[in-house]
Design a protein around this ligand. Structure first.
Ligand SMILES: Cc1cc2nc3c(=O)[nH]c(=O)nc-3n(C[C@H](O)[C@H](O)[C@H](O)COP(=O)(O)O)c2cc1C
Length: 303
């Protein structure tokens, strides 16, 4: 059998393999460069960037829980100008695709970032309308299908790069939200963002996180994520980037079989910084074992 073909494409952009990083768990790759050869990644997906610097929420803002972690970072970021000069400049040296995650409190803020990035070396935009940890904007757009449709449509009209809408699992019907993003013109969707959770310190009788609630990530959320990717894949024709608790190549393959064209490693990289490399090798080994020539032949083939 010839060497398996791991390449995939989304909106005309080709990726050498289907593996990327979940936003906010990889920075822009600098901190991981000791463990990960960025040239081997299908894409680097960056931490969310806003039009101006955000300080994020008060500490404590991360805590471990059974099967994962809760975070309430609140989208701390240096703002798009620093990001372009520092992070995009850094990423230019690697032979990988760059997906920039965009956040905002208002429609104008999202549009300002999208416009600022339009002439930069960015392959795709991922729009975070699903962060549970900021008070205004973000999740409000992602929990109402009409609002999601409208913001997707506005972004699509000014974006020069393909647009991925990142969906929240904190909704009743993921299929309805996926359809709203597709109707608004999204080129792809990514899911899932974190599931809203809470942890209480029973001795002090206080909330563990200063924000009280936080977003749950890690292996415990994987079955929910796989189910939602499958439901979204039944509802729309646009490609899906699947994530949520991926800890191994086997986990990543589950998402692909459920209907994901690409997969993202997230919080489990804190536990195993080499995870993305292991996923790429593991998908290739699986394809050899099952005599699959193209990874695209696996997408959505669960029976
Ligand atoms: C510390 C941390 C920061 C995150 N920051 C962002 C972010 O800036 N933008 C975003 O869209 N998602 C963010 N996420 C969500 C992840 O990209 C991912 O959707 C989620 O954690 C589920 O995947 P996982 O269980 O593999 O981590 C963050 C997650 C964590 C744990």
């Amino acid at each position: 059998m010839p060497k398996p073909d791991l390449s995939v494409s989304i909106a005309g952009v080709t990726f050498k393999n289907p593996v990327t990083t979940a936003s906010g768990t990889f920075g822009s790759g600098m901190e991981y460069s000791e463990f990960v050869d960025l040239n081997r990644l299908g894409a680097v997906t960056t931490k969310g960037v806003a039009s101006s610097p955000w300080e994020g929420n008060p500490v404590p803002r991360v805590t471990e829980v059974y099967g994962g972690m809760l975070n309430a970072i609140g989208l701390q970021n240096p703002g798009v100008e620093v990001f372009v000069k520092r992070d995009l400049e850094y990423l230019k040296q690697f032979d990988t695709r760059v997906i920039v995650n965009v956040c905002g409190r208002t429609e104008e803020e999202y549009l300002a970032v999208v416009e600022r990035l339009s002439e930069e070396a960015v392959d795709l935009l991922e729009i975070n309308v699903s962060c549970p940890n900021v008070k205004e904007g973000a999740i409000a757009f992602g929990q109402d299908p009409d609002a999601l449709f409208r913001i997707t449509d506005k972004i699509r009209r000014i974006a020069t790069q393909p647009v991925i809408m990142k969906l929240t699992p904190n909704v009743t019907s993921i299929a309805e939200m996926a359809r709203a993003a597709e109707a608004g013109g999204a080129d792809a969707i990514s899911l899932i963002n974190t599931i809203t959770g809470m942890k209480i310190d029973i001795e002090r009788r206080t909330f563990v996180l200063a924000n009280k609630t936080g977003g749950m990530s890690g292996p415990a959320i994987k079955p929910v994520a796989v189910r939602m990717v499958w439901q979204a894949a039944q509802a729309v024709k646009i490609p899906i980037i699947g994530m949520g608790g991926i800890a191994s190549a086997e986990d990543a393959i589950e998402f692909i079989l459920a209907g994901a064209t690409m997969v993202a490693a997230g919080a489990m990289q804190f536990h195993n910084p080499c995870l993305t490399m292991e996923i790429i090798d593991g998908i290739e080994a699986y394809m050899v074992r099952h005599q699959i020539e193209h990874v695209t032949d696996l997408i959505g083939t669960v029976q």
